[in-house]
Every structure is written in C-alpha cells, then in structure tokens.
Ligand binder design. Sequence first.
Ligand code: ZN
Length: 443
Amino acid sequence: MSTDPATASLTADPYVPGHGDLRYAAVEYDLDLDYAIASNHLSGRTTISLRILLPTSAIELDLSGALRVTGVTVSGATLRRHTHRGGRLTLRFAEELSAGHLLTVVVATKGSPRPMRGPDGLAGWEELEDGVIVASQPHGAPSWYPCNDRASDKASYRLTLACDTAYTVIANGRLTGRRKVGRKTAWTYVQDEPMAPYLATVQIGRYAVRDLPDAPVPVRVAGPPRLGTAIETAFADQGRMIAAMEEWFGPYPFAAGYTAVVTDDDLEIPLESQSLSTFGANLAHRGWEAQRLIAHELAHQWWGNSVTAGLGQDIWLHEGFACYAEWLWSPVAGEASTQERARVHWEQLKRKDQDLVLAAPGAKDMFDDRVYKRGALTLHALRGQVGEEAFFALLHTWGSRFRHGVVSTQDFVALAQEVTGRDLAALFDAWLHQAKLPPLPTL
Ligand SMILES: [Zn+2]
C-alpha cells in the first residue's frame, strides 16, 4: 500500500469503493478492440485524453486484474513507471503536473474479461450463450477498458470493435463505420454527448436490426431473428412512448436516437446504457411487466444518462424517476391510473421494513426496490403539492438545465423550490431524509 500522500487518490464515491480518481477528468476515450467470441479473448488499445484537476505527480485508472497491461505510453508528461494491481493502474510521472495540464494516455490490454464483484454484486463484461452483454452499473466498466470509473467524470467516446462477421455489434451513439478485416468485421461507434464510464457498453449477438417507424427520433430494435414477431409486438409502442416522455420530460437527449437490444438469453433484469437499452428474451411480450420495463429503461435516457447523479447515494434521481415514468405510462397504455400505481406500491412499502433513507440508502441497498418505489412516490407527492403545471415545468427544467451534466439530490431540491416558488423543505425532509414512510400522497 502506498504511504506517499502525493500518489494517494481521493475517494471519489463511497458507494463504489476503490474506483475513480478525483485528480483528473477524462475528455475523450478512444477504444480500439479486437474480440474472439469463441475464446472470450479481448485485446484492446485505449487512448484517453485527460485534464489534470489537482496538482499531482501520479494518476490512477481503474482496470480489472482479468486484463493484462501490455504497454502504456503517455504524451504530455514523462512516464516514470506504471503498476497494475488491485484493479488500479497507477501512472507515476517524472514531474508534478499542474491543474489544467492536458495528457494523452494509451493503454494496451489483453485477456479474458469477466464481471467484477462490488458491494451490490457482479457487473461488467459478461458472456452470453452466444454473444456478449456489458452491464457495468455501478462498478463494472473497468472489466473491459481502463477508465476513470466515477459517474461524475463524463467524456465523449469513440469505439471500434472487430469480431466474427456473423455477429452484430451494437454500442453507444451512432454507427459511423463498418468494414471487413479478414474474417472479422470492425464496427465503429461515436458517442459525442458526454457519457459516464459505467454507461459505456457493447452488445454482441447474432442480431437482426430493424428501424421502427413513427418515432420522433431514430429508433431501432435488435434481436435474434427467431424472436422477430415477439419483438415487434413488445416494442410496438416504443415511438409513442418516446413522444409521451418528450412531453413529460423535454426533448430526447441523444442525437443518435435510441436502440433496444433483445438478447437471445433470458435476463434477470434489463439494463440501460447511454442511447440504448438491453432486454432479455423473456421480456419480448405485450404484458405489463415487459411494457413497464420498456418504459423504465427508456426514461433512463433522461434520468441517469443525460442527467447523472455524481454519487451512488443519489441513485433515487435515476431509479425513482424511471419508476415514476412507468406509472405515468400506465394509463396511456390502458392500464391502471398513476394514482392507483402509487397506492398499490405505497401499501407494499408500508408492509416492508422502514429503515431505508432514500437520499442515503447505503451501498448494498443502492438498487433495493424501496429506492425505486419510494423515489417514485416522492415525485408523486411533489406533484400533488405543487400541481400539474409546476411539476412538469420542473421536470423539463431539470432535464434542460442539467442536460449531459452531473447532479445531486441538493440540486434537485434547490431547483424544485426555484421553479415552483414554494417552500418544499418539509416534503423533501419527510420523503428523502426520514426512514418512516409518509402518508399516501394524492393528486
Ligand atoms: Zn432503472
């Protein structure tokens, strides 16, 4: 363990212990990857442009021990040495770098990526029956590329991945190129809007990709051909859903549009990544359980991906909002009213332990169902108190003022008071900072 204070990184997020470095910010990642499906072998060359934030003679990147570092080069500073242990790649420089200094770091890696363990379980690069899913929230990004793994450090991305031509590769942003390289095809994607490291993904499978008509932004669905009709049925309302959310939340945040990927495997839970979401084959149906999750993951494009909580403790700003989007969508889909959804989930919460504080649930309860439901009820209570017009004006302003930004619970509370002109301290204290469940809110 290092005892040199000059090389000790600062804790970026207690909910993702040991990840992230506050001494620098990434500006751009350029990932050049070559993948062999059969052997799960990934070789990569990651170029990271970064800016020093605090005077330092060392920085740390997060990188799983499952990947071996085969080379590091730096331009903009003299690299004295690098060490890779405990999931951290430390770069020590010959000189102290001052705040504002720009560097380019190139890291070559090789190995068989696998999910990484964190307080909440496993996350990261994972093999499917016949393909790959990357589900990194909250700590799995370093399972496949070196990064500054803190949600508060957003950067633009460019990714090229070559793999067997029989497979389709889907990643964040827009597809800008596809070329044959021997028996492989190299796919290039560019994500211009800033992205948190955990939201970067690649999805690899024997997928057919189809454009969906009648959507306000370009929308695609990808999945195994055997599920063609089921996928078409499941995602029939995707365009209408985006239009509804644009009305509730403001313009869809990503120029590349949206892609829904359905894997050939069943998945325990779906996941959101920037500009795309991934669902298991088990959700390719019209039932409410699938439709609510299709709405939920879509809502994360606004709440989580564009407007991102910098710290894990504020995860209700993602999950509470996405859950409330399900309840907003419910009556549009001909299902129960939003008030009825609120009542049912309030009754369920009432029967559960009331020992969770929404604005500080603890790392292991970050994705506890109570965070989702109580988070949604907090918004429902707010809506009841301030009225329709002020509530939706607040959501629009939240989405536009912090578009592609990093936020905290405090930011939301302050904006709510600013936009509505009301004193909401008692409401937020009861819902966010007390464990006891407040009475059922009504509109
Ligand atoms: Zn979610």
